[in-house]
Design a protein around this ligand. Structure first.
Ligand SMILES: Nc1ncnc2c1ncn2[C@@H]1O[C@H](COP(=O)(O)OP(=O)(O)OP(=O)(O)O)[C@@H](O)[C@H]1O
Length: 643
């Protein structure tokens, strides 16, 4: 093998395409003084070969690094233009969607500042592959678009999306932006490269098409609509959306084939290329972007653009639908290099975590190729991999979803971060230990790289015995790596389970707390109700007693009056009654008057006192009267008077 600056010939080995789940392309960006981190190139390619060689820059050599060779579907070197990348990556996906109705995803992956956004959306007046895809799509469809007056897209769409025309979208945007400082689109429509000569042959001459655009971003593991006009109001909080299967099934799908979608997304019906580009610009302007030490306009979220191509018959019956997802992933970064802090650091943590899960998914596909057995790709581990792969691996959409990745790299950028991404994204990898270190290895079984730097490939200088030893050591190294990886995965799984259990425990504790609070409230209410009822009953008793007392007093009064009347009549008849009887009568009258006053007083008191006391007092007040007016005594008196 040659040194990285003069790579080896074509036979060095390309990727095994037999059992590949993804196409993985590598694109090298031209280095600029601002973007360069290392002082020398650590990546080298050979024109026409799908491989890249990674040699540690001089500062890294002392850390015992070997030369690594990575294979991809294709490598685009620094001279490759946007159109070349477009023709090899998105155009086949677009053709599949328009002609065969197959969904496709294209995502860019790379270290921050390595050129992902430039590739996807272009920069400095240069079109990205997205603009080129829209250009080719609209020029291929031509005037065979559906008249919006003839269909109701809102009714047709089964994904709970909010479908509207570009005009209505623009109006809403205008209303949202009026009087508010908002993010205005600042992207001039790029003109180059020209793709007017590329068209896709449509499958039949009668079909009509509708193009729907939607854009969303995955920011801190939450999905946000990039075409939601309400975000332009400063006080409005963005609403996170859910990725799920729609509640209704479209006519051409079975429930098993049903694709997962971002529910409640805004979909804009673009009828021309200009309309589509306007929508794209609005989405771009809303995306979360910040300046970091590594990139002045660093994407802090993973952005998804969905181009949905709906096919209709000449009589406006929907015949099918296919989507292309173009994904601009946020770049992985080291906090130390990017010098990020607070919010940016938290964003970077979330970005790196999701990219690590993506890396695991990508890495497993190479193991599939090597073992010949289908490995389980852990795409459910993160929201990002779920969004990217759930429709590819679950058999949804008929299982025809095709995924391609473009890995972007700067040959003079961050060596550690770049080689790490190449390691997990490459379709095949080969490690070569330089000569000096291979000798050391045979003596001490430790891999190291000579201080003098990488030299000729090991195979060409070793004797057969040494070659066998190196081969054995390499296979052991590979085995250990695999074991370490599976241990790491087990550890991660255990850690996730622990976290899950902790979350559940927290949930249970919260519920317990809630239940206790509810119990307390209930007890309080019951106590209050019982107290109210008791008071009511006491009041009723009091009223009853007063009534009974009144009746008794009235009856006594009537009774006494009647007796006095009888006595008066007796006195009139017997005017010569003995003086002691008359005196007794006068005394009785006085006593009667006194008792009446006492009854009046008792009544007044009864109104002010508690019912039981009132009752007792009244009884004790009435008792003397009763005694005095004892019928027998009275009769006795009357008889004595008569006598
Ligand atoms: N192939 C290229 N040709 C010319 N310029 C490029 C190329 N790739 C990247 N650049 C320039 O490098 C800078 C950073 O690129 P870009 O914003 O695309 O990086 P990125 O990978 O998207 O970063 P991040 O992950 O932080 O968003 C931009 O100014 C862009 O114009």
């Amino acid at each position: 093998m040659d040194s990285p600056r003069s790579p080896p010939p074509a036979s060095a080995g390309g990727p095994n395409t037999a059992a590949r789940l993804f196409e993985v392309f590598l694109r090298l960006r031209p280095s600029s003084p601002q973007s360069s981190v290392t002082e020398s190139r650590f990546l080298a390619t050979t024109p026409g070969h799908p491989c890249v060689y990674v040699t540690p820059p001089s500062a890294e050599r002392n850390r015992s690094r070997a030369i690594e060779k990575f294979a991809f579907t294709r490598v685009f070197d620094e001279q490759s233009g946007q159109r070349e990348v477009f023709e090899e990556t998105v155009l086949p996906l677009l053709e599949d969607a328009v002609v065969r109705g197959r969904d496709g995803t294209l995502a860019t992956l790379g270290v921050t500042g390595s050129g992902k956004t430039h590739t996807i959306l272009g920069s400095r007046g240069v079109k990205g592959i997205t603009q080129m895809a829209l250009d080719v799509l609209f020029s291929s469809i031509g005037d065979r678009t559906v008249d919006p007056a003839k269909i109701d897209l809102q009714v047709l769409d089964n994904t709970e999306a909010l479908v509207s025309s570009v005009a209505a979208f623009r109006e809403r945007m205008q209303a949202a932006q009026d009087g508010h400082s908002s993010k205005h689109s600042t992207f001039p429509t790029p003109r180059t490269p020209d793709v007017s000569d590329i068209t896709i042959d449509l499958p039949d001459s009668k079909s009509r098409y509708v193009i729907l655009l939607s854009m969303y971003e995955l920011y801190n593991d939450r999905i946000f609509d990039l075409l939601d006009e309400s975000v332009h109001f400063p006080s409005t909080r963005r609403k996170a959306l859910i990725f799920k299967r729609p509640s209704t099934i479209s006519t051409w799908e079975t429930s098993r084939e049903q694709k997962k979608v971002v529910s409640g997304l805004r979909k804009i019906h673009a009828r021309t290329l200009q309309e589509a580009l306007q929508v794209l610009e609005h989405g771009q302007a809303t995306r979360t972007v910040s300046a970091t030490n590594s990139n002045a306009t660093s994407s802090r979220s993973h952005a998804f653009l969905q181009i949905e191509i709906k096919r209709f018959s000449a009589r406006h019956h929907e015949r099918g639908s296919a989507s292309i997802y173009i994904v601009d992933l946020a770049g992985s970064e080291r906090a130390r290099t990017a010098k990020t802090a607070s919010d940016r650091l938290a964003e970077a943590g979330s970005i790196n975590r999701s990219l690590m899960c993506l890396g695991q998914c990508l890495q497993l596909q190479t193991q599939v190729s090597e073992n010949g057995k289908p490995a389980i790709v852990p795409w459910r581990q993160s929201k990002l991999t779920e969004l990217l792969f759930s429709n590819s691996f679950s058999g949804a959409g008929g299982g025809g979803h095709k995924t391609s990745m473009i890995v972007t790299a700067d040959a003079m950028g961050d060596f550690n971060a770049t080689s790490q991404i190449l390691r997990y994204s490459a379709l095949a990898r080969e490690v070569t230990v330089p000569r000096a270190s291979s000798r050391a290895m045979s003596e001490s079984s430790v891999s190291s790289v000579s201080d003098t730097g990488p030299e000729a490939p090991v195979e060409s200088v070793l004797v057969p015995g040494e070659q066998r030893l190196v081969a054995r050591l390499m296979s052991k190294l590979k085995e250990t790596e695999m074991r370490a990886r599976s241990m790491e995965e087990l550890w991660k799984e255990a850690d996730e389970r622990r976290k899950e259990s902790e979350e559940r425990l927290k949930e249970v504790e919260e519920r317990l707390k809630e239940s206790e609070e509810q119990c307390l409230c209930l007890e309080q209410t019951v106590r209050e109700e019982v107290a109210d009822e008791m008071e009511e009953r006491l009041e009723e008793m009091r009223r009853g007693m007063i009534e009974r007392l009144d009746t008794e007093v009235e009856w006594r009064e009537t009774y006494v009056d009647g007796k006095i009347e009888i006595m008066k009549r007796g006195i009139q008849v017997h005017e010569d009654a003995p003086p002691n009887v008359l005196q007794q009568l006068a005394e009785l009258k006085d006593e009667n008057e006194r008792l009446r006053r006492e009854v009046m007083q008792t009544r007044r008191d009864a109104n002010n006192r508690s019912p039981s006391k009132q009752y007792k007092n009244a009884r004790s007040a009435v008792k003397p009267l009763k005694d005095v007016l004892n019928l027998d005594a009275f009769r006795q008196l009357t008889l004595e008077g008569d006598r």
